[in-house]
Write a protein that binds this ligand. Structure first.
Ligand SMILES: Nc1ncnc2c1ncn2[C@@H]1O[C@H](COP(=O)(O)OP(=O)(O)O)[C@@H](O)[C@H]1O
Ligand SMILES: [Mg+2]
Length: 363
């Protein structure tokens, strides 16, 4: 009983938006806790804002919303308002602590997977290029702390320039590219701790001269760790796409990823099944290398869209290794067609969910 009321309250809190923002207070990470004791509900909020009045507005909105619940007899909101660093403090700190690190980016789409090696980075790169081909201004942020692969996928061997204290992203195939791989020393393994992940990702957002973008594609590390949480808390994610291969084991992991995004209230646009079928280049026969239809079944089971199936094709590996991704190398081929459709679906989903609302904030 208490548990289900608690769940209901979390769900209701997801309907409370931060003033002036299209996002809710749960997805911002502002809700620390919900405690239920009979009909008495306590909600702990920690809000980071320059505007204390916004904190009070949220408190009132939460009280109003929860007062409508018949099982709730009393609501206590414990509100802590933190001010991000202001003038006088280090400029850099002010940038990294401001919740809107990328004010000129209209939408951010994460590409995620339950486990590594399923083709997440391949999808991120080809999706970004396909969005650019559709006329969008696009950036790709390679936030895979375990295996940044955009330098190779985009054929970039240099290090980025610094201008006015900001990193200048590279531009390849119509996409602005920034990767942790440009900054890390490839030969030195990094043992990541939570705060380091947060800092690195914040820098890749706030300290990079992204300029105005319609869509930023983020290549997340596999799984559901610190990087996912940081991104989902620090960036107004428009949504995520999940890449999987058709085997059951990969699908189980994909489900976990999907559950995580739902928990932080980030919409999952859909599932992409990669390495589905193999078309023999010699005889033309189609082989289901793993299994057929796993991605579709998972999408159905989890009530999310199935965005498409990408065939297993050695040309994809070649494209990934040579800096000329498959949608550029073979612009009329089956991958380019599939990615064109996926890009159109992503654009439509973002537009549908954003409506007329802009991401401009009062922070
Ligand atoms: N559809 C595909 N057909 C053939 N090889 C693929 C396909 N998708 C990805 N690959 C290859 O599989 C390997 C892993 O892909 P990658 O995108 O790096 O996966 P992840 O980012 O999930 O670890 C790479 O060598 C890539 O070229
Ligand atoms: Mg990868």
């Amino acid at each position: 009983m208490a548990e289900s009321l608690e769940q209901k309250i979390w769900d209701l809190l997801k309907e409370v938006r931060f003033p002036g923002m299209s996002r809710d207070i749960v997805s911002f990470g502002f809700v620390d806790r919900v405690a239920v004791d009979g009909g008495h509900v306590t909600v702990g909020l920690t809000i980071s804002t320059q505007n204390p009045a916004a904190g009070e507005e949220v408190r009132e909105a939460v009280e109003r919303r929860l007062a409508e619940v018949p099982e709730v007899s009393a609501v206590a909101v414990e509100l802590t308002v933190r001010r991000p660093a202001g003038p006088g403090e280090a400029a850099h700190q002010a940038v990294t602590q401001s919740p809107d690190l990328i004010p000129e980016v209209r939408s951010v789409v994460a590409v995620a997977s339950g486990k590594g090696g399923v083709g997440k980075s391949t999808v991120a790169a080809n999706l970004a290029i396909s969005l650019a081909k559709a006329g969008q201004r696009v950036g790709i942020l390679d936030a895979d702390i375990y295996g940044p692969s955009m330098p190779m996928m985009f054929g970039i061997t240099e290090r980025p320039r610094v201008e006015d204290d900001r990193l200048v992203p590279f531009e390849r195939h119509g996409v602005k590219v920034m990767s942790l791989g440009f900054i890390l020393d490839v030969d030195t393994p990094v043992i990541w701790r939570g705060p380091m992940v947060m800092k690195a990702i914040e820098q890749m957002l706030g300290d990079v001269d992204w300029g105005p973008l319609d869509t930023m594609v983020v290549d997340l590390p596999p799984g559901t760790g610190d990087a996912q949480l940081t991104i989902s808390q620090r960036v107004p994610l428009s949504g995520a796409v999940i890449v999987t291969t058709p085997q059951d084991i990969a699908l189980i992991d994909a489900r976990k990823g999907l559950a995580m995004f739902r928990k932080v209230n980030v919409p999952v646009f859909g599932i992409i099944e990669n390495m589905s079928t193999f078309v023999c280049p010699h005889c033309g026969q189609t082989t289901n290398v793993f299994k057929r239809g796993g991605g579709e079944r998972t999408a159905e089971l989890l009530e999310c869209e199935f965005l498409g199936r990408l065939p297993l094709d050695p040309a994809v590996v070649e494209g990934g290794d040579s800096g000329v991704p498959i949608v550029v190398a073979d612009p009329e081929g089956p991958h380019a067609t599939a990615f064109g459709r996926i890009a159109a679906a992503v654009i439509a989903e973002v537009a549908r969910r954003q409506g007329s609302q802009s991401k401009l904030s009062i922070f």
